[in-house]
Write a protein that binds this ligand. Structure first.
Ligand code: SMO
Length: 745
């Protein structure tokens, strides 16, 4: 199979070479240091006692036996801790304030909630003692799932209901348009609760030395984590350092400080001793933040030509019982970016979040964008089916013309819609859409169960700022200190490429450091697909500034005959540094069009991916190999969301998927080589269409946004002989699809 992306990537474009990832040698040989690889010295080891109940009153927490267990130095419960403020939540929309305790205080709200912390000389001693803590709980009624949360009494005192927030975006009344519509189509997708599942579980080494606490924390927002620790612990900023060692994946699960992390850091500062905590996979599955867990309902009022006259959407999110920093983001993001790239005159969108007696649900790769795409792309396909239109044609018909400045979504810039038209056209051409469709028709006529799904999506890539300092050292090397942070996505390689180009030096002369508060500048972190657009732009500006400073020096040196004309020799001992903060004037938007073909085994309901043709629009590419890695990784996670991954709670709020034996991740042999091409290589996208000097947007979450809607639509198409598929509940396990096939309409 010819991969169009490879052809394009090999074009000798000056800015688009793909050096191999410089971080991989150490990572692949096991030389890189993750938090568990750091020397622990005499650090104490922390273990947590966790709630076995979903909801209940804590009658007694007996620490006696644990206190006297061998090798135990300290045991803490909530009453031993200071009265911390609740862990902070990003207030993107007005919301009820979560209690967010560090250790359960009086009541437990989910299975796995930390109740007590044991510090021992060894991990085994701490764990053994933790098992001797006896906890007496008077069971209260668990609240599991959004439906129950709506009906049940408020689980938190002083709340009037379990609704956390309700946010509306509206440009008119759906009912009015409904009267002029040829067809009103309704869709529902229930997304499962997902575990971000980084390779590396959580961990923290809180290292105490002298008067200083250094937290070695695998984080994707290290500077925010540090600020939270400074504020909560009341330690002077200069005495609290935060360093990210190598980090094995984040995906939204490492974006805010966890209660366990705050407890460990507090214990180190209180005892003036280093404390280490390493979470297990099982602990992470039950008590790290989850993602998605939404019920998405939408109605589309279509004209006879297939124009979407009005969109109504009701998006409900299960937020669990405590809120990580970005808990409100998915619901807010999904709502604000509807109707995606399409021009829809009237929208009525509501997003709501609910508390339940389950683990927290926060951001997970995509954070609302996969949900928005599922809503729009399910509607487009069901609209097309109802009106007898081609799925490609109905999408094209709903995109704004270049002259059409009327938009119903304030979020999505109009030119995004115009580029979407190009994405559709290119995807159709690369897939040979009409030929492909008639092939699938033939297979169906011969009894096959095959389907094609399209997803035309958008991906806003973050706002705000990042910083970078680039230093020319007297030894001839350069050092980039970035305020961003990486968890495996290849910043070292990409940032070195950006600076090398600006400085006119080889990437081999450049070192990159990130996320060490003693030596790197402040930043926000790796979130929302923002690292290249914002963090990369900061590196570019700093490198350009340094290049200008060096040129000036060179000129001055050359004109001063006594200096021998050697600019490098003239560098001060600490080198010459340029520092820049880059604030993006607007969000950079990525987009893409993904066409997926699946085949379903009629006997078992098992779906197999057959082909993916995917046009990405992330603007310029720093390193196509890195971009491809991001796209493939994200797609794999989107595949998992669609077909296998799901955290399941029973009606008692007990988690049934507490290990990777039960929580099914996708495997390499589930996937096929993805036929990826970039719009930038096709000569159809205008240069200079992104708000940053690198002229790019992100790819970090593209795959997680691209896959679910394309794959769900492909399965729905495969089953279309039975009529419309009705409500969709992810994941589409074989059993789920088999049951869908048995429904007769
Ligand atoms: S879900 Mo992302 O790490 O903003």
């Amino acid at each position: 199979m010819v991969d169009p992306a490879l052809g394009a990537d090999r074009q000798p474009r000056q800015c688009e070479r793909s050096p191999l990832r410089r971080e991989d040698d150490a990572l692949l040989r096991g030389h890189a240091q993750f938090v568990s690889d750091l020397p622990k010295g005499s650090a104490l080891h922390a273990a947590f006692v966790r709630s076995p109940h979903a909801h209940g009153r804590l009658l007694a927490v007996d620490l006696g036996a644990a206190h006297s267990a061998p090798g135990v130095l300290a045991v803490f419960r909530a009453s031993d801790l200071p009265r911390f403020d609740p862990l902070p939540v990003n207030p993107v929309c007005p919301a009820q304030p979560f209690p967010n305790p560090v250790l359960a205080d009086g009541t437990v709200f989910y299975v796995g909630q930390p109740i007590a912390m044991v510090l021992g000389e060894t991990p085994q001693a701490a764990q053994a003692a933790a098992e001797q803590v006896s906890v007496q709980v008077q069971a209260l009624t668990p609240v599991v799932g959004i439906d129950q949360a709506r009906q049940a009494a408020a689980i938190f005192p002083h709340w009037s209901s379990n609704c956390v927030y309700r946010q509306d975006w509206s440009t008119g009344r759906f009912e009015q348009a409904q009267r002029q519509a040829q067809a009103v189509v309704a869709v529902q997708v229930k997304t499962s609760r997902l575990a971000p599942t980084a390779l590396e579980p959580r961990g923290l080494l809180a290292h105490w030395e002298g008067q200083t606490l250094t937290c070695y924390l695998p984080s994707q927002a290290p500077h925010r984590a540090r600020q939270t620790l400074i504020k909560m612990l009341g330690i002077p900023a200069e005495q609290l350092h935060l360093v990210c060692p190598r980090v094995g994946g984040a995906f939204g699960g490492r974006a805010s400080l966890y209660p366990e992390e705050l407890a460990v850091a507090w214990a180190a500062s209180r005892l003036r001793r280093s404390v280490f905590w390493q979470s297990s996979r099982g602990e992470d599955l039950i008590s790290a933040s989850h993602g998605r867990a939404s019920v998405l309902r939408a109605w589309g009022a279509f004209s006879v030509q297939g124009r979407l006259l009005a969109l109504r959407a009701e998006l409900a999110f299960d937020l669990g019982s405590w809120a990580p920093f970005s808990a409100l983001i998915p619901g807010w993001n999904a709502g604000r970016i509807l109707p995606g790239p399409y021009a829809v005159p009237i929208i009525e969108v509501r997003s709501e979040g609910y508390v339940t007696t389950t683990a927290a649900v926060g951001i997970y790769r995509g954070a609302g964008r996969p949900e928005a795409a599922l809503v729009m792309e399910r509607l487009m396909d069901e609209g097309a089916r109802r009106l007898g239109l081609d799925p490609l044609a109905i999408r094209a018909r709903n995109l704004p013309a270049p002259s059409d400045h009327a938009r119903s979504s304030a979020a999505c810039p109009p030119d995004q819609g115009h580029r979407a038209l190009q994405l559709l056209a290119q995807a159709a051409e690369h897939a040979q859409y009409q030929t492909l469709k008639s092939q699938l028709e033939k297979e169906r006529a011969a009894g096959g169960c095959v389907g094609l799904g399209i997803n035309l999506y958008v991906e806003p890539c973050g706002s705000g700022w990042e910083s970078a300092r680039v230093t020319a050292l007297p030894n001839g090397r350069f050092l980039i200190a970035s305020g961003s942070s990486s968890q495996g996505q290849g910043h070292d390689t990409a940032f070195a490429q950006i600076a090398a180009r600006a400085l006119g030096v080889s990437t081999d002369q450049i070192d990159v450091i990130e996320a060490d508060s003693r030596i790197t500048p402040e930043g926000i972190g790796a979130l929302a697909s923002r690292s290249m657009a914002i963090g990369g732009s900061a590196v570019l500006l700093a490198a350009q500034k340094l290049a200008a400073m060096l040129a000036q020096r060179e000129e001055a040196t050359a004109s001063a005959p006594d200096r021998g004309g050697n600019a490098a020799m003239a560098l001060p001992h600490e080198g010459l540094s340029a520092y820049e903060v880059y604030t993006t004037p607007a969000e950079a938007w990525s987009a893409g069009c993904c066409i997926a073909v699946v085949e379903v085994d009629k006997a078992t309901g098992s779906a197999r991916l057959r082909r993916v043709v995917w046009i990405d629009d992330c603007g310029e590419l720093i390193n196509p190999l890195l971009a491809r890695g991001q796209l493939e990784g994200g797609f794999s996670q989107g595949f998992g969301e669609t077909f296998c991954e799901s955290i399941v709670y029973d009606e008692n709020g007990q988690i049934l998927t507490g290990s990777l034996l039960d929580y099914a991740l996708p495997r390499a042999d589930d996937l096929v080589p993805l036929e990826i091409a970039h719009l930038r290589h096709m000569g159809v996208a205008p240069p200079g269409d992104r708000p940053n000097p690198l002229n790019l947007s992100g790819v970090g979450e593209s795959g997680a946004i691209a896959a679910p809607a394309a794959l769900v639509n492909a399965v729905a198409d495969a089953l279309c002989a039975n009529g419309p598929v009705g409500d969709i509940e992810l994941p589409l396990k074989p059993e789920t699809i088999w049951r869908m096939m048995q429904q007769k309409h």
